[in-house]
Design a binder for this molecule. Sequence first.
Ligand SMILES: [Zn+2]
Length: 431
Amino acid sequence: MLRTVITAAVGLGLAAGCAPDSEAPVKVSVLARSSNGQYVPTQVELTTITDVVGLKGTVGDLQGGARIVIDINDPALGNATEDTIADVLLKKSGHDVKASYISQKDAKTGEDVLWPADFHSWNMVTSYYNLERANEYFRVVGNVKTTDFEPVPTLYYFPEFIQAAQSKDPARDNAIFYPVLQSFLVLPFEQIQRAPLPLNAAVMAHEYGHLVFNRLAYATQSLPVSLSLWSQESPSMGANILKALDEGLADYHAYGATCRSPSGCDPRFLASSFDGGPFSAVTDERDLSRGDRCMSALLYTNMVTQDVGSWSGNGNEYKLGTLLATALYQAGRSSGQEAVLQRAIVASYYDTTPATPGIYQITQLVLGDQSKFTLSAAVSPILSHITDLELRKAVCNEFIDHLQIPSAELHELGVCPASATGGATCPNIFQ
Ligand SMILES: [Zn+2]
């Protein structure tokens, strides 16, 4: 989830469009950030689409008109199993969207290009394109296998999404990966006045990052066993750390995906959606280029002592996640090996090699005792998957300094070289 914001409802009528031949590759115009940072109509080729009107392909399937209700007092929820829970939550499964286009010949090439004919068509085809870009980042940079992206996730476009515990009204102004449904939700916007979230490629890459984390670090479990089990205990350090890992790594990959876009690497990727609006503070809070972020004694204490409800209720998963993402950003930048680091991080999610267990494997090893899923244990797979020793040392130093992970613990785990002793930016919170 990108943030937590709750507001009121909207219905959505989508106009029926013409039905152009829609097998990939299809040339379409989308709204994309240009090299000067503005969102402008940009001609692109969709390479994974099978139905350009219904916006369905191998990276996603857009569905409109869905209604999703999460109500812990729903008696059906109490009886639900992992196999039936989606049917309980999905009150209306929705229908194929219908994008409308006007076909125009490109003046230079003479080829047909589809131009979206209305706002929702622009928004929807750009959403699909952004899923395609995110998928490409994880395949090319992350080295994720095509089979790990199956089954194809649904993207519920402008659904009614109601979290009864928070409000009886549908939520707005958010983009979410919802593992229970193995789906993305792109909610209607109300207060966001700048680029709507699905147009922001980095926001979609962040959500795609959650999909990849679920498929690998949670082994595609709709209700991840480690997270569910640990969340039932209080305090719940393991669950708190897992949530922070998921958010922080999603932000770091979202940043990584911007480096493959025409507007270039952007550590402040939320700015084009949030700046100047009610959520503008979030841009600075999640800005990965801030080199002065430090784990505080309070955040550390909260991580160890809070239950996951209190931890998340205060947005602590984002605070710790941003510390992690910033540390990775700094180490990757300073060593000039960002893509290598990004690939190592994805490799660390799931690895059955006994000498270098993945995050999923570590959670299984300590499933019965989440106090063993310390911050050092949680990040050790990332470190053990960095083969370049200079890069690994740089990441170790960032973790010791900015995340205040005791160097002795990392050395004991054998994931950091002895020469990694931290840095001088952050005050020691253990003195
Ligand atoms: Zn998120």
